[in-house]
Design a protein around this ligand. Structure first.
Ligand SMILES: [Zn+2]
Length: 340
């Protein structure tokens, strides 16, 4: 408990959850983009049953809960049904690619409406003090079928509907942000494309780093950003705000599917460190020199302009999920198709 309070006092990071205690283990939600760290005790409890169940044939089951009150956000009289249909479409897209039959509990917290700050944020929970690299609750629940903490969801997401959105699965229009693309991005943070790091390399969640963190290398000096292995996850890089082409994601599958395997995908490390965003995204433009996928197509880049759709993972992003420990279905054919 003390540890988790310490974490709570710390943070700003993309979307990580610091969730509450279960038995002897404290967990924490880190919200992507905002970097807000939230104790589980402050999160809406996951009640199951009150939401919607989406089962992918031969794949995972998503239990979806919406916390919005009547008439607003995902329950908006005009757009609510379409917005929920977008959620279903995004989770179906993800679920059809995961060769796992576990479960993922997703809570859409009370939506924002001020049209300032982040379009949306999301993240998964991690136990405090793992003394190791961790995949997070969503990874654990999806891949093992065992719920890490029945009182908490696996992914929490908040959307700001104060912006002008394309609320359905039709083409995005001028001036609109694409809800589908945004939710695909946010859910993928929840799957585990997320760093827990502070600007100085310490973790926002004491004693715990992510499986994604475990695959990051500083290009200069060929240094693993954090030392290998349980209990020795010390920061070894010189900085996390070195600008472009300074840190890369060295997952074997990501490079296998990335621009012919010439180089690893680069990680976003802007000169001004932004907790919750820096390191948790792929750099754009990336290090691709020619051919596909085009840098602009990546789902997991830091920001998006309006009138832009990024509704499909590029090949190296699916590879990165595989590197985190997921089994991806129909590997070659889906990746070929995804190359655009
Ligand atoms: Zn993000």
């Amino acid at each position: 408990m003390l540890m988790s309070r310490k974490v709570l006092g710390a943070a700003t990071v993309c979307t990580l959850l610091i969730a509450g205690a279960t038995e002897a283990r404290d967990a924490v939600l880190l919200r992507g983009h905002s970097g807000e760290v939230v104790p589980a005790s402050s999160l809406p409890k996951f009640t199951g049953g009150s939401g919607q169940k989406l089962t992918i044939p031969g794949g995972p089951t998503f239990n979806i809960t919406y916390d919005d009150g009547a008439g607003v956000g995902f329950n908006d009289a005009t757009h609510g049904a379409n917005r929920k249909a977008v959620v279903d479409a995004v989770l179906t897209y993800i679920g059809e690619r995961l060769d796992h039959t576990g479960t993922c509990d997703v809570v859409f917290e009370t939506s924002q409406s001020d049209g300032t700050g982040f379009l949306a944020s999301a993240g998964t929970l991690y136990f405090v003090g793992e003394n190791d690299y961790a995949g997070g609750f969503a990874f654990d629940h999806l891949t093992t079928g065992t719920d890490p903490d029945g009182g908490s969801a696996d992914i929490y997401c908040t959307v700001d509907f104060g912006y002008t959105w394309n609320n359905d699965t039709g083409p995005v229009g001028p001036g609109e942000f694409d809800l589908y693309s945004t939710l695909l991005h946010e859910m993928t943070h929840g799957l585990g494309i997320a760093s827990l790091t502070n600007s100085d390399g310490t973790s926002q969640i004491a004693g715990t780093r992510t499986s994604y963190d475990n695959l990051l290398f500083q290009i200069s000096g060929d240094v693993k950003v954090w030392a290998a292995g349980p209990g020795s996850m010390n920061f070894q890089a010189s900085s996390l705000n070195g600008g472009t082409n300074t840190v890369e994601f060295r997952g074997a599958q990501s490079i296998a599917d990335y621009a012919g395997g010439a180089t690893f995908p680069r990680v976003d490390t802007p000169a001004v460190f932004a907790a919750g965003s820096s390191v948790s995204h792929f750099q754009s433009p990336n290090s691709i020199t020619s051919g596909s996928p085009t840098p602009e197509a990546t789902v997991m880049q830091r920001s998006t302009p309006p009138n832009t759709e990024r509704r499909e993972f590029v090949a190296f992003e699916l590879g990165a999920l595989e590197d985190l420990g997921y089994t991806i279905k129909n590997t070659s054919s889906s990746r070929d198709w995804l190359m655009y």
